[in-house]
Design a binder for this molecule. Structure first.
Ligand SMILES: Cc1ncc(COP(=O)(O)O)c(C=O)c1O
Length: 462
């Protein structure tokens, strides 16, 4: 036996971890619902945030400093307040705060010899996570290889290099209007939001297509025609078509299978890599991959994911396996990230009665239906005229408040925060409220959240 095995099986170690976990969970039991800040904490909290804002050179979006405690969908802040977290670090904490299984995995991982794992010298967690990702991705696609990295942007950068190397010397990238791709120089160029690339030089790398518009019967045809025009104007010079299956930042926009299929057919004909950016959709649409939800896995050459996985990864087919040297880097991810990422995937894949998360009759579907029903009831009842389109897929739900004006959405978000619900915005007009719901929401939570939404929407009525 290795020393590590002996240590992990040591009864004192096992008992200590169990005791720690139990103590932690017991301490969290008092977190049961929305709570206002504690008076004696307010001044110190404000001053801490004000100092942090100075250091960052820019204010935090919310006056949010987590205390490090939470319970399911609820999070405690350092001012003693407790709020519903319906954005979860923009999609990181799929099982909310302080989930016992996640805590246990992270406690175990934190006792290992290294904090960060590297590509040169990985520990077992690296291979375990990659194996599980590929096993699941491979069921409905031709994805067979993969590379783990720290975040979504790195996964996307790796994906782009892989596509360009395979399709060399082709260079350009097809992407949808309103897409979001990350924050590196090139991902900021692809991201179709001028605020995020203000002052940056443009490298003329990206060719845009309109995303699906359900109100236009010719939408698919228009996108296909634009794609064909780009192909004609850039012969043999398009390396990849990158797309989100549900546009995240762009407004939780969805499209039917036939829309994507029509575009993929043109890409295949012209040897353009079909690359799904599932960084936000991963594990959120009722299946692990949104390409499964839509039934388009057979077309996919490359997929990128991050957030819920607790690290980034790019998965690809055998033919897109890059030459040695193209993708690497010092960091893989933190040991805790790799281990908890694996645990979260196992929890999502659980098929035990009462635990089923994915597919028909799974918890994701149930939460989606209940949350949407709550919003619809508000829109048709107490908040008539104050809620427009309600959209999204699975645990990604959006709603247009009022007329979708940016300033009204920002004001509503701050009001919701004050009242105990944390959400975020998406869309570029109409602007929307975006919820990345934790997979632990129960009916009682949704009811309390509905009450807060109603109060904030009515109070902010223009
Ligand atoms: C669709 C999509 N792509 C890429 C990214 C970038 O990922 P990261 O912030 O982990 O670098 C994000 C992050 O929000 C995303 O939603």
């Amino acid at each position: 036996m290795t020393q590590a095995e002996l240590f992990n099986q040591n009864e004192i170690v096992k008992k200590s971890i169990k005791t720690l976990k139990e103590q932690l969970l017991r301490a969290q039991e008092s977190i049961t619902g929305i709570r206002p800040p504690q008076n004696e904490k307010v001044e110190a909290y404000k001053s801490y945030i004000s100092n942090l804002n100075q250091l960052r050179g820019r204010n935090l979006f919310y006056n949010y400093i987590g205390s490090g405690f939470g319970s399911g969908p609820l999070v405690e802040l350092e001012d003693g307040s407790v709020k519903y977290d319906l954005i979860n670090g923009i999609g990181i904490h799929l099982f909310g705060h302080s989930h016992p299984e996640v805590i246990l995995a992270s406690l175990e991982a934190s006792l290992q010899d290294v904090v960060m794992q590297g590509n040169l010298q990985p520990n077992r967690e690296y291979g375990d996570l990659l194996e599980l990702l590929l096993k699941e991705a491979g069921k409905k696609s031709r994805l067979r290889k993969g590379w783990i990295g720290t975040c979504g942007t790195i996964a996307n950068e790796n994906a782009l290099k892989i596509a360009r190397q395979k399709n060399s010397p082709a260079r350009k990238i097809l992407a949808f209007k309103d897409c979001f791709a990350g924050r590196s120089t090139l991902m900021a160029e692809i991201t179709d939001n001028d605020e995020y690339r203000a002052g940056l030089p443009r490298y003329d790398e990206v060719l845009y297509l309109p995303f699906y518009d359900s109100t236009d019967p010719h939408s698919t045809q228009k996108s296909v025609e634009t794609l064909k025009k780009h192909v004609a104007n850039n012969p043999k010079n398009i390396a990849a078509f990158m797309f989100e299956i549900v546009q995240g930042e762009g407004g939780f926009n969805t499209a039917p299978k036939a829309f994507f299929q029509a575009l993929f057919e043109v890409c295949k004909e012209h040897k353009i890599a079909v690359w799904a950016d599932e960084i936000q959709t991963f594990a959120r649409t009722g299946n692990l991959f949104a390409f499964e939800t839509l039934g388009i896995g057979e077309y996919i050459d490359i997929v990128t994911l991050a957030k819920t996985a607790q690290c980034g990864a790019v998965l690809y087919t055998e033919e897109y396996n890059p030459k040695p040297g193209l993708i690497a880097g010092t960091f893989t991810a933190a040991t805790v990230s790799l281990k908890t990422g694996h645990k979260i995937l196992q929890m999502m894949l659980d098929e035990k009665p009462g635990q089923k998360m994915l597919g028909s009759g799974g918890r994701v579907e149930k939460i989606h239906n209940e949350f949407k029903a709550m919003l619809t009831k508000l829109a048709e009842g107490d908040c008539r005229g104050l809620i427009g389109e309600i959209g999204g897929l699975g645990l990604m739900i959006s709603m247009v408040p009022y007329d979708g004006a940016k300033d009204k959405v920002q004001k509503l978000l701050q009001s919701l925060f004050e009242k105990g619900v944390i959400a975020f915005s998406c869309g570029h007009g109409p602007y929307k409220i975006r919820f990345l719901l934790p997979a632990v929401l129960e009916a009682r939570h949704i009811e309390e959240i509905g009450g807060v939404l109603k109060e904030a929407l009515i109070a902010g009525r223009p």
